[in-house]
Ligand binder design. Structure first.
Ligand code: ATP
Ligand code: MG
Length: 565
């Protein structure tokens, strides 16, 4: 490709609104342009990287025996009514109406469509196992689209769906897909860790996310040093090591605590450690149930764990302004003693084994001191409902948990029969019995993956693309366009190494301009054709090299082969 005809509108300045490194590089290098919030055009450079990534996916999925197809982007809302997911999905869904007033939507994911089109057509166990995927644009009206391709409202996803007649078949499909993903990530040059994850609104088990460590990541993963435990913080088991020395139970007493609207203030006012205070937080569950959640005050509630325990679709902390009406106590006073107004009281395990604690007194600005579980208040259920802390022992090998921010680039899980049961996709098993098809659901955020690669491979002035997805394998830079010897050599090299995908900078630009642009193209090998061309010598540089090195043209072939083959 001749750079003089290529479209690569580079920017000298970093756009002020781009905070993520990957966003900056992709804008400055002319890989992408924003059309509206979270919606991007892929310019030639960006599109090349995207296509190369898709090609790797296509190869690895074919190797794993997963078959490609494509579904429509625009879907009837009726399918989502059938699955019961329409009301749950909420404002993230792009909804529209056709001219007849029928409700339509732009697909944010395709479980329903695959169940409708594929699972319902499977009549016999003989047609399974079946394993399909597509690479397709998805639409999600994200609350905060940001960081360029990391969180878009229109983005490319690989989504896979498997159909099985038995749990064993599903297990194998899950393992196949996981193995293929690990190969895809390896080839795209991104460091990824599989971690235990939440399965969110889609239901299902064995949820595993693929997390790419990066400073800009919106997720936190908790891992141990020996690699035997890795979980999204949302799901990380918390092992509590705090122990209170047993004490004699004292009489419970009410004390006024004016203005103590935080745990810190309360602890200071009462001169007790946070470990002697039990926080009471009122949650409104599925917009109807009042659930009081108790937790030792040095810990935070993990709402994902709480959602799992309560098996609910939604939960939110009650508004401060509503507390008085709902419980009789304003902020800083809600508590578990005589809390008959609560539909349920659930407690984190840290509430057990405490003596003479502080709890809200059920009226504003007042607390009970010396309250005791079972004697003064109760909980209907106990569970690990807390956010794990860094340094706590992991639940497997009891090594200190380490936290890392990271980007979720993929997510796989065993869906089971949720969709096939709600939508009626049944088959006849070996014994002639009717069974729901067993599904798995799998996805990689392809465009997000590109950002993750750049986050991990950014250089001072650009990016060093891993060789398999670099937009160009070789970037030839000719110093002086009027020099015929240089032109002849550059053209020869362009032709000779064409199979590596060559970008040839044949523009009448200053060398400085060319080198700056080359940093943004990030080819694994840069060949500069300059003054020494007459002697059959060029300069080669890899993005990580401090300096270019001179190389005889006769040695180029070996050098390139050793780097790129
Ligand atoms: P997140 O927690 O980041 O919102 P998700 O749990 O909603 O992700 P899934 O529904 O599991 O994501 O989608 C599969 C994959 O699609 C994710 O692992 C991620 O890589 C990608 N993805 C999800 N939302 C976006 C988005 N808004 N922009 C780009 N990629 C996305
Ligand atoms: Mg999401």
């Amino acid at each position: 490709m001749r750079q003089s005809i290529f479209f690569m509108p580079t920017l000298k300045e970093t756009p002020a609104d781009a905070v993520a490194k990957s966003h900056q590089v992709m804008l400055r290098g002319g890989y992408i342009r924003q059309v509206t919030a979270g919606v991007y055009s892929y310019l030639p450079l960006g599109y090349k990287v995207l296509r190369k990534t898709e090609k790797i996916i296509e190869e690895e999925m074919a190797n794993a025996g997963v078959v490609e197809m494509i579904m429509p982007h625009m879907l009837p809302a009726s399918m989502w009514e059938e699955s019961g997911r329409l009301p749950k999905y909420g404002p993230e869904m792009f909804r529209l109406k056709d001219r007849h007033g029928r409700d339509m939507l732009l697909g944010p994911t395709h479980e329903e469509t695959f169940t409708e089109v594929v699972a319902k057509s499977l009549k016999s166990y003989k047609q399974m196992p079946l394993h399909l995927y597509q690479i397709q644009t998805k639409f999600r009206d994200e609350n905060r689209p940001r960081f360029g391709l990391l969180r878009g409202r229109e983005f490319v996803m690989l989504d896979g769906y498997s159909f099985a007649a038995s749990r064993e078949q599903l297990d194998k499909q899950f393992d196949d897909e996981k193995a293929a993903y690990l190969k895809i990530f390896k080839r795209t040059g991104v460091e990824v860790r599989p971690v235990i994850a939440d399965s969110g609104t889609m239901g299902g088990k064995n949820s595993t996310e693929f997390q790419a460590p990066a400073a800009v990541g919106e997720d936190t993963i908790a891992t141990n040093a020996s690699g035997t435990y890795a979980a999204n913080l949302e799901m990380a088991v918390s092992v509590d090591t705090f122990k209170q020395e047993p004490e004699e139970l004292k009489a419970m007493e009410k004390v006024a605590t004016p203005g103590c609207d935080s745990i810190d203030k309360l602890a200071e006012f009462l001169q007790v450690p946070a470990t002697r205070i039990v926080k009471s937080i009122l949650y409104i569950v599925d917009e109807k149930k009042k659930v009081l959640v108790l937790i030792r005050a040095d810990k935070e509630i993990n709402e994902v764990k709480l959602t799992h325990l309560l098996d609910c679709d939604s939960l939110r902390v009650a508004e401060t302004s509503d507390l008085e009406e709902l419980t009789g106590a304003g902020k800083g006073g809600v508590g578990p003693v005589n809390a008959d107004w609560a539909d349920e009281i659930v407690a984190d395990e840290t509430v057990k084994g405490l003596y003479n604690v502080v709890v809200g007194a059920g009226e504003s600005d007042a607390q009970f001191i010396n309250a005791n579980l079972d004697r003064d208040f109760k909980a209907d259920r106990f569970a690990d409902l807390r956010v794990a802390n860094e340094g706590e022992p992991d639940p497997i090998d009891h090594e200190p948990l380490q936290f890392t921010t990271s980007i979720e680039v993929g997510h796989i899980f065993k869906l089971g029969t949720y969709y096939t049961e709600t939508m009626g996709a049944k088959f006849l098993d070996q014994n002639g019995k009717t069974q729901p098809v067993i599904m798995g659901s799998y996805g990689i955020g392809v465009t997000r993956l590109l950002s993750a690669v750049v986050e991990q491979h950014a250089t001072e002035n650009g990016v060093a693309w891993p060789k398999e997805i670099a937009p160009f394998g070789i970037h030839i830079i000719q110093m002086k366009m009027k020099d015929e010897i240089q032109s002849k050599l550059a053209e020869d090299l362009e032709a000779k190494f064409a199979k590596y995908d060559v970008l040839y900078d044949d523009r009448n630009e200053r060398p400085g301009v060319k080198f700056n642009d080359a940093d943004l193209v990030g080819a694994p090998i840069r060949i500069t054709v300059g003054r020494d061309a007459a002697d059959g010598i060029v300069e080669v540089k890899r993005p990580g090299d401090d300096q270019a090195q001179k190389l005889a043209v006769t040695d180029l072939e070996n050098f390139i082969a050793s780097e790129l083959d």
